[in-house]
Design a protein around this ligand. Structure first.
Ligand code: FAD
Length: 477
C-alpha cells in the first residue's frame, strides 16, 4: 500500500474530525514549546477512543510509518516534535479527555490521557480530594504527557514524581494490542510492574490512553511564604529547619536566584517583589488535611529562628489565597520570563540535595569563565536537589551566536554534575535534544537493556523515532 492509500485508510479509521492534513492546520503540531525544533508532520491524527488508537497503530506498524504521540506539546526537550522530513504522523490525544471516575473512598481518579493536568486537579478537588502533582505547564500538559515524561514539579518533595501516583494504565502497543490494566489496587505483585515501563518512556514503548492515579485528602489549611536569603547555603539550612519542624506539612520548597527573580520582575506584568532584594529566595508551601492545625504559628516560629540565626534576611507570609497565588507566580512564571528574555541554554540537573550550593557555585564559575556577562539564572526544586540551571544570552551577543555555544556551556555544567554524582536530566527527559547525552551517561548494560526493551516492544521502531536513543530508525518513504 503506498502512502496515499495509508492516509485514506487512516481517514476511514478516524472519521472526518479525526485526521488533519492541511498544512495550516498541522504546522503548529510540528514546533516545540521552546521553538528550537521545526518539524513537519505527515498529518495529525486525533482519535476519539482507544479502539481508534489501536487501529491506527496497527496500520502504521504494518506500513512502517513513524508515530509521534503528543499531549500538550510543552516538552522542554522537543519530545513530541516530529522529524523535519515530513514522514511522521503526530498522534494527538486531546480528544481522549474524559475523567471517568473520582473515588474519594479509594482516593483514586480514573481518566483519559488527553485530560489536562489542571482539569484532573479540578475534578479531584470537586470531590474533596487532591491530585498532588503540580507543574508550571499544568494548564496545557496532559496526563499522557505528564506520565510519559514522569513529570516532577513542585510537590515531588512530599508526594514523589508522577510515577509514584500511578496505580493503573491502559496502553496501546506498537502492534495495536492493548494492555488493559486500569487497576485501582494499592497492592498488586503479579509479575513485572509493566506500568512503570511506560511511565517516563517518552512515548517510545506504547501510547498511554488512560490511567488510574492516586489521590490524597484535600488540604484544609495551607501557608505560603517567600524568604529573602543570603545564599543557596542559607536556603539549604532553612529547608533543614522546615523538615525538622514538620516534614509531613512541607509540600514545596523552591529556590529562585536573584538573577532569575529579576527576569520575572522585568518581563512578566503585574509582578512585584514583596521582600528585600537578596542573592537568593525560597518559596515555601506548607499544607495539611489535619483539622485545627497550627500551621501558621509553626511557620512563623521557624522563620523567626532562621532570621535570628541570620539564615534568612527577610520573609513574607501570604495573608490570603490571592496572595499565595501572587507569590507562586514569581516561581511559576520563570520559564515564560526566560523565554521572553532571549535565547537560553537550559540544564535540568539534579545532585544530592546537600550538594546544591556547591553545584551552583562551581557551575556558575565555569559558565562565567566561558562567556563574559552571561546571565546565570538558576531556579528550581531545591527540596529535590533539582535545579534548572539556565543561562540567558548576554545583551552583547546575538541569539544564534549564544546558542552556538550551547554544547560547550552544557558540557561545562555537566562536568560539575558528574563530579557531584548527579544527573543531566532530572525531570524533563531526553526527547530530541539529549539522546547523545543519554548514550554518554547511561552506556554499557544500562543502555543495552533499554534498547532490548525497545526492540521487544517496538521492533519496527515506529514509536516516537529519534527520541531517547541516539539513532533515528530510518524507514522507506
Ligand atoms: C512553563 C513550563 C513549565 C514546566 N514545568 C515543569 C515542571 O515543573 N516539572 C516537570 O517535570 N516538567 C515541567 N515542564 C515540562 C513539561 O511540561 C512536562 O514534561 C509535561 O509533563 C509534558 O506534558 P505534555 O502533555 O505537554 O507532553 P508533550 O510535550 O506533548 O509530550 C512529552 C513526551 O510524552 C510523550 N507523550 C505525550 N502523550 C503521550 C501518551 N498519551 N502516550 C505516550 N507518550 C506520550 C511525547 O511523545 C513526548 O515524548 C514544564 C514545561 C513548561 C513549558
Amino acid at each position: 500500500m503506498n502512502r496515499s492509500n495509508v492516509m485514506n485508510e487512516l481517514g476511514k479509521i478516524l472519521g472526518p474530525q479525526g485526521l488533519l492534513t492541511a498544512p495550516e492546520d498541522i504546522a503548529d503540531f510540528g514546533i516545540d514549546w521552546r521553538r528550537l525544533q521545526i518539524g513537519r508532520p505527515l498529518a495529525v491524527a486525533r482519535p476519539a477512543n482507544t479502539a481508534q488508537v489501536a487501529e491506527l497503530l496497527r496500520l502504521c506498524n504494518t506500513h512502517g510509518i513513524g508515530v509521534v504521540p503528543q499531549g500538550g506539546n510543552t516538552s522542554m526537550v522537543a519530545g513530541a516534535t516530529p522529524s523535519a522530513a515530513g514522514d511522521e504522523l503526530v498522534l494527538c490525544l486531546a480528544r481522549l479527555n474524559q475523567v471517568r471516575q473520582v473515588d474519594p473512598r479509594d482516593l483514586t481518579i480514573t481518566l483519559e490521557a488527553g485530560t489536562t493536568l489542571r482539569a484532573a486537579q479540578e475534578a479531584a478537588s470537586a470531590a474533596g480530594c487532591q491530585l498532588p502533582l503540580s507543574i508550571g505547564s499544568e494548564g496545557s500538559a496532559q496526563i499522557g504527557g505528564v506520565l510519559s515524561t514522569n513529570a516532577g514539579g513542585n510537590n515531588t518533595l512530599r508526594y514523589g514524581n508522577a510515577r509514584d501516583l500511578v496505580l493503573g494504565l491502559e496502553v496501546v502497543l506498537a502492534d495495536g494490542s492493548v494492555i488493559e490494566a486500569l487497576r485501582r489496587l494499592r497492592k498488586d505483585n503479579t509479575g513485572y510492574a509493566l506500568r512503570h515501563l511506560f511511565v517516563g518512556a517518552e512515548g517510545t514503548l506504547g501510547v498511554i490512553t488512560a490511567a488510574v492515579l492516586r489521590l490524597v485528602p484535600a488540604p484544609r489549611q495551607s501557608e505560603v511564604a517567600l524568604c529573602a536569603l543570603a545564599s543557596a547555603g542559607a536556603a539549604l539550612a532553612l529547608l533543614g529547619r522546615l523538615q525538622r519542624h514538620d516534614p509531613a506539612a512541607l509540600v514545596a520548597f523552591e529556590y529562585i536566584s536573584d538573577a532569575a527573580m529579576q527576569l520575572v520582575l522585568r518581563h512578566i506584568p503585574d509582578t512585584a517583589l514583596p521582600v528585600a532584594a537578596a542573592p537568593a529566595y525560597a518559596l515555601i508551601h506548607l499544607a495539611t488535611p489535619r483539622p485545627g492545625s497550627d500551621l501558621r504559628a509553626g511557620l512563623e516560629q521557624v522563620l523567626a529562628e532562621a532570621i535570628e540565626a541570620e539564615d534568612c534576611i527577610d520573609a513574607v507570609m501570604a495573608e490570603s489565597l490571592a496572595q499565595q497565588a501572587a507569590l507562586w507566580r514569581l516561581r511559576e512564571e520563570q520559564s515564560e520570563a526566560q523565554k521572553r528574555a532571549g535565547a537560553s541554554v537550559k540544564n535540568d540537573i539534579s545532585v544530592p540535595v546537600s550538594s546544591v550550593p556547591d553545584f551552583l557555585a562551581r557551575a556558575s564559575a565555569a559558565c562565567a569563565a566561558l562567556i563574559p556577562n552571561i546571565v546565570i539564572a538558576p531556579f528550581g526544586h531545591l527540596g529535590d536537589g533539582n535545579i534548572h540551571f539556565n543561562l540567558v544570552q548576554p545583551p552583547e551577543l546575538e541569539a544564534a551566536q549564544f546558542l552556538g555555544a550551547s554544547e560547550t556551556i552544557m558540557a561545562a555544567v555537566n562536568d560539575v554534575v558528574r563530579q557531584l554524582d548527579g544527573s543531566f536530566s532530572a525531570e524533563h527527559g531526553i526527547g530530541r535534544l539529549k539522546p547523545a547525552m543519554l548514550a554518554a551517561w547511561r552506556g554499557g548494560a544500562e543502555l543495552a537493556t533499554m534498547r532490548a526493551i525497545k526492540q521487544a516492544l517496538d521492533p519496527n521502531g515506529i514509536l516516537n523515532p529519534g527520541k531517547l536513543f541516539p539513532d533515528r530508525v530510518e524507514r522507506d518513504g
